[in-house]
Design a protein around this ligand. Sequence first.
Ligand SMILES: Cc1cc2nc3c(=O)[nH]c(=O)nc-3n(C[C@H](O)[C@H](O)[C@H](O)COP(=O)(O)OP(=O)(O)OC[C@H]3O[C@@H](n4cnc5c(N)ncnc54)[C@H](O)[C@@H]3O)c2cc1C
Length: 382
Amino acid sequence: MGKAPIIVLGSGLAGYGVARELRKLDAERALVVVSRDEARAYSKPMLSNAFASGKTVTQLGGASAADMAAQLRAEVRANTEVRAIDTVRRAIELDGETLTYSKLVLALGADPISVPLAGDAADEVQRVNDLESYARFRAKIEGRRRVVLLGAGLIGCEFANDLATAGYTVDVVDPAPQPLGRLLPGPAAERVEAALARVGVRWHLGTTATTVSHATEGLRVALADGMDLEADAVLAAIGLRPRTDLARRASLTVNRGIVTDRFLAASAPDVYALGDCAEVNGQVLPFVAPIMHATRALARTLAGMPTAVTYPAMPVVVKTPALPVVVAPPAGSDGAWETEAAEEGVEARFVDGAGVLTGFALVGAATSRKQALARQLPPVLA
Ligand SMILES: Cc1cc2nc3c(=O)[nH]c(=O)nc-3n(C[C@H](O)[C@H](O)[C@H](O)COP(=O)(O)OP(=O)(O)OC[C@H]3O[C@@H](n4cnc5c(N)ncnc54)[C@H](O)[C@@H]3O)c2cc1C
């Protein structure tokens, strides 16, 4: 009998990414990708600017599971939920089937955090974290006008911009006093707030949604400040929590994410984790750039060349065409923002106690300084 395959759980940017990188190094090794979704290769970041890029749901979906299987010379099992992992027997449990692995890669992603809400329509609140949930959201708003967005973070602001410029009436609710509260200092956030207001976004900051109920037409969202909003759809974008349940039940070490060292190795032999589900060397970084670095390092390790992941500074572009924003969140909280605001943009530098630049936020014309400032930042993981 041949050697058991490498099994990758998850077909997102992390799962398919590591499979692609592995194939560049090893054309032969038996490879299985298991995913509970349709296992289409798609670009998740495109979901929050699909209207701006003129894409329908069908156009957002990329290669099918069968195409990916051919491309990767792998077995791709779509619509297949992994129920349990046994790290002693080196096996995964599917419904009615057990597969053994030589190496196992957990690329399970993250779950959207749900909002505690009262009301007879609380379960109608939607979340978008994959192609299928985006398709449901698009179907819901097709031919309608009004969307209430819960959360003014990165994904909330991107959806707000996209929906508003597509002609929807968009109300955004967030308990913080400003949008992008965790990423931007006040003067930079004020610009984002004003720019999105100019494209029609209505802000409800410093308050929360308490109740979602059915109205005569659509839904009614009650806010803690006493205001009522009417909506055809309510979309929550209040954050993600790494999917750790399978790992926890398999007795793997889990903290905020599935804990790995710099080799992406989890706490059992030949088990690895990367992407939104993983906490790599103490950091959960749910973004494309760290995933790309991790896929390349892990592919080398899987191909027999143990390789630690390194991350350079990785500024994130916030996809708000109403006002360009780039952020490189500071690694720690030690330090302070130094902000220069001009009419055409804001440059904010986060400087630590020793005078070292550890993060930045650029808004408007100042985004042209992205490369120059990124070069001055220390690597996220040297
Ligand atoms: C709307 C939106 C916009 C974004 N924009 C940006 C951006 O502009 N820039 C940026 O850097 N980042 C962005 N991100 C973040 C980035 O897209 C994610 O970090 C990345 O796509 C995560 O990839 P992943 O493979 O780790 O997880 P996922 O893509 O979520 O994949 C998880 C996989 O695990 C599978 N799975 C889970 N549980 C099981 C199970 N029990 N059995 C079998 N399979 C299972 C799922 O089917 C899925 O295939 C955005 C995120 C969102 C939601």
